[in-house]
Ligand binder design. Structure first.
Ligand code: DX5
Ligand code: ZN
Length: 218
């Protein structure tokens, strides 16, 4: 089994020092950079848009994982890819035509993924399995970093891994990841783990990333 990839969320980093944050992530052996885009409508918070992704792209060669928590993502996906996104994920219920949105992302040259909120069953992902590169499970209701993981989501990892068996789709989890719950996620076969506070608020973020990867608690 391949090692789990760690995608620290820069939502938990210092917004006044993003260039430094991505440079540190490389030094700390993170795998992807998770960028949380919020529009104040799909979720009750506003973060940043294409200019931030573009600025990050100028400061790092790392894989940019852009998570769109916005209404009608189809309006902006091409611009996020042009700004430098390597992967664009969105919430299908926010899109008027999720399949067309996936096509738009892919034809712009990036990987595409859908995101399932904690109250959306894995069965919704079935019709997307052969069309996306990533299926991401939310471990919390999106909007803010540092929330507590909803334990019922753990079982969904197993369910999705079963559904995607034999294919190339990566299963990613976002929200509420800690050094304590990461080992079980890894045991269930999780491919990519997003971690905001668990990395950026750790006394030693490099060590935190190493522990998350190895499924160690200290
Ligand atoms: C939640 C965001 C997450 C969040 C993760 O709305 O999509 O990416 O920043 O942060 P932690 O790991 O602190 O829950
Ligand atoms: Zn996210």
């Amino acid at each position: 089994m391949a090692e789990v990839l760690i995608a620290p969320s820069i939502l938990s980093a210092d917004f006044a020092a993003m260039g430094e944050a991505v440079k540190n992530l490389k030094k700390w052996n993170a795998d992807w950079v998770h960028c949380d885009v919020m529009d104040g409508e799909f979720v009750p918070n506003i973060t940043f848009g294409m200019p931030m992704v573009e600025a990050l792209r100028r400061n790092t060669d790392m894989f940019l994982d852009v998570h769109l928590m916005i209404v009608k993502p189809e309006r902006y996906v091409e611009r996020f890819v042009r700004a430098g996104a390597d992967l664009v994920t969105f919430h299908p219920e926010a899109s008027e035509d999720a399949f067309a949105t996936i096509d738009k992302i892919k034809s712009s040259g990036a990987k595409a993924g859908i995101v399932l909120n904690p109250d959306i069953p894995c069965s919704v992902a079935k019709e997307f399995v052969d069309k996306v590169d990533v299926i991401m499970l939310m471990g919390v209701f999106p909007g803010f970093g540092g929330q507590k993981f909803i334990p019922e989501v753990m079982e969904k990892i197993t369910e999705l891994k079963e559904m995607t068996k034999g294919g190339k789709v990566l299963v990613e989890l976002d929200g509420g990841v800690t050094l304590d719950n990461a080992p079980e996620m890894i045991r269930r076969g999780l491919d990519v783990m997003v971690a905001g506070n668990a990395v950026f608020k750790a006394p030693d973020p490099c060590m935190a990333i190493e522990c998350l990867k190895k499924g160690r608690t200290a």
